[in-house]
Design a protein around this ligand. Sequence first.
Ligand code: AMP
Ligand code: MN
Ligand code: MN
Ligand code: MN
Length: 285
Amino acid sequence: MAGHEFAEVALIYDLHTHSNASDGILSPADLVSRASARGVTHLALTDHDTVQGLQSARTQAEQEGLTLLNGVEFSCLWSGYGIHVVGLNINPESPSLDAALTAQQLARSDRAEEIGAKLAKLGVEGAYEGARALAGEGVIGRPHFARYMVDQGYSANINSAFKQYLGAGRAGDVKQRWPDIASMVAAITASGGVAVLAHPVKYELTRTKLRLLISSFKDAGGQAIEVVSGQQPVNETRTLADMARLFDLYASCGSDFHTPGQPWQELGSFTPLPQSCRPVWQLWH
Ligand code: AMP
Ligand code: MN
Ligand code: MN
Ligand code: MN
């Protein structure tokens, strides 16, 4: 008797991506199409401090037969470090989320003016206006400043703009306006979402501090950490899988895609979660 054989359908989850609603290059619809073409079956759009792109992403996802998750990536502070927390399966209409988004967008505008003023003192002219124009309707961030500085010849490329002007410890690294991590986690969970600690390796913390960060994140109600963020060394994946187990957290994975042409952050292009991990999607299946 036939009928007991099921085709194995590979599910590919990419739960961390950006469109031009924040600092990505593609429109939300183009992002969805690219993800679909690359075999992603479950995609979260997680723009910085905005949910503006979700609606058009959803329309496109329905056409492509791809499952779209509502997401966001919040900037916040922990112990003086700028930390990112992703919210997955959030309700974009929830009042607590809306309040957090409004506050973040205001903070980003004020911060952008401050960054522009600081860059002006370093001899970079018109940076605020230039970055603002590049951000268009989207939420403004340091990458828009970086693009402006490359366009105007102040920096050779995006990476050196961050090294010289915008990265950790540089003039444009303004982060004191962000709320603390606990209130961000609370806003996500109050909206029905799952709070995920984004790319824990990127903060360049010592092992001890990383444990402290994960511990306060968990105490605040955080439920998962990104064990896989883009293409990363296997030892990092192992360390983070160990951390997830140690703190009894679910594991997430995503490319952190921003733009085509960066193979280390390409849609769906990363190793699967280690077997030892509990994937975060177990929370909603
Ligand atoms: P912001 O949200 O304004 O704090 O800017 C942070 C964003 O800048 C990150 O989400 C990345 O997209 C980007 N970024 C940070 N560091 C670098 C870097 N070294 N090179 C290129 N992009 C970077
Ligand atoms: Mn970004
Ligand atoms: Mn981030
Ligand atoms: Mn991101």
